[in-house]
Design a protein around this ligand. Structure first.
Ligand code: 57M
Length: 358
């Protein structure tokens, strides 16, 4: 919005020319997002407390979690406000990728809201039935995938990190593939969100990494130099990534151990979908699995545990998702969290190194 309001005035005030640059607007969005979340956080948490949006804790989980009973949840609403306000303020609103990113994030946030609402307000411990949740995720994932397919000629081909010459043209099959990436990413972040700040940390590292990747993919000269696919208009998603990263950073102020608030499904489902959209647009779907390796391992640990338990009656881990396994091994919660963050930062560095390696 600021871009549309202020940039046209640059002919009279040359300083406003700066609004043309994605880099400047990315910094603007980053600062706006973190300020919104940090300033509005205390009032938002008070509101959740007043509405008695306290988390119920499952008895069968690690005993250390019982003391978390009543911690306000649905803090993801604050993250969504930060993302939407700063993206709408600083990005070029004629860019269709920006709208797909915002609307998909909100749609998945909406699904999470329904689940949280049932659990927290209607006191239904099961929340939204898993089947309904999955159908809604596939529905919105399909719409987003279809919209992206129509928006970019480059999109249907799958690119491979380390092998820059390789390309797999999926044609129409790209739509179910992209839908799978969106739904999978959304659920993986959701499973990771089980310790204070555990999901938020890797979301910050992944969105900062994708900020750089989207910027490179949207810049013709940089894309040519790095021999990565050029996707016209994808650079504008750097602003969206900055909003995601810094809204999460502002939220982490309150979600860090011991958490004053949890994000709820309204936050975790939305953040996973947001990361997937940027990965798809910037042609880095495979890199999302590397950079978001923590999310992938958390999801795989659940699959391995459930499969093994159903087939053999034995567990692979002391408890799934894998963060509970380390807790039950005796690691203090902050130790698990910070070690997962460290791995996430390492994975981000590996991901960025693929820009030069092949
Ligand atoms: C949601 N949610 C947390 C909070 C957060 C199939 C099965 C493995 C699914 C899985 C599951 O339900 N995962 C998704 C994980 C919950 O947090 C709420 O949910 C939101 C995210 N969706 O924002 O609102 C609890 O997580 C803790 N928490 C924090 N800090 C945070 O910042 O401490 C969350 C955020 C909170 C709080 O305790 O109450 C959750 O874990 O429920 N199920 C599980 O994860 C369960 N695992 C399990 O049953 N494993 C089985 C196998 C066979 C599937 C096994 O290993 O035997 C665990 N869930 C819980 N306790 N609560 C079991 C232990």
């Amino acid at each position: 919005m600021l871009f549309h309001l202020l940039y046209p005035l640059h002919t009279n005030f040359s300083a406003l020319n700066v609004f043309k640059y994605i880099s400047f607007r990315t910094f603007g969005a980053a600062i706006t997002a973190v300020v919104i979340c940090m300033l509005a956080g205390p009032a938002y948490i008070k509101l959740l407390q007043r509405k008695q949006m306290g988390q119920a804790i499952r008895e069968e989980g690690p005993k250390s979690h019982l003391s978390k009973k009543g911690t306000p949840t649905m803090g993801g609403g604050l993250i969504l406000i930060g993302i939407c306000v700063s993206t709408l303020l600083w990005s070029d609103l004629t860019n269709a990728f920006v709208w797909v990113a915002i609307l998909t994030t909100l749609a998945f946030g909406g699904i999470g809201f329904l689940d949280d609402y049932r659990k927290v307000i209607q006191k239904n411990p099961k929340g939204l039935p898993a089947r309904h949740k999955f159908i809604l995720q596939c529905f919105f994932g399909f719409i987003a995938a279809f919209a992206l397919y129509r928006l970019s000629a480059e999109l249907p081909s799958l690119k491979f990190p380390f092998f820059k010459g390789w390309s797999l043209d999926l044609g129409l099959l790209y739509i179910p593939f992209a839908m799978f990436v969106i739904v999978g990413s959304s659920n993986a972040v959701n499973l990771t969100d089980g310790l204070d700040g555990l999901a938020v940390g890797p979301t910050i590292t992944t969105s900062v990494t994708f900020l750089i990747l989207a910027y490179c993919a949207g810049h013709l000269k940089i894309a040519e130099y790095l021999q990565i696919p050029y996707v016209a208009g994808s650079g504008e998603l750097s602003i969206f990534c900055a909003s995601v990263a810094m809204s999460c950073l502002g939220f982490l102020w309150f979600n860090t151990y011991p958490a004053q608030v949890f994000m709820g499904d309204v936050g975790s489902l939305a953040l996973g979908a947001a990361l997937a959209i940027v990965a798809i647009v910037s042609k880095n779907e495979i890199l999302l699995a590397i950079c978001g390796g923590i999310f992938v391992v958390e999801a795989l640990s659940v699959m391995a545990q459930v499969t093994s338990f159903k087939m053999t009656g034995k567990r692979v881990f002391k408890m799934a998702p894998i963060h509970h396994h380390f807790e039950l091994k005796g690691w203090a919660e902050p130790k698990v969290i910070v070690r997962f963050w460290i791995i996430s930062i390492l994975l981000a560095l590996v991901t960025l190194s693929t820009l030069k390696l092949r």
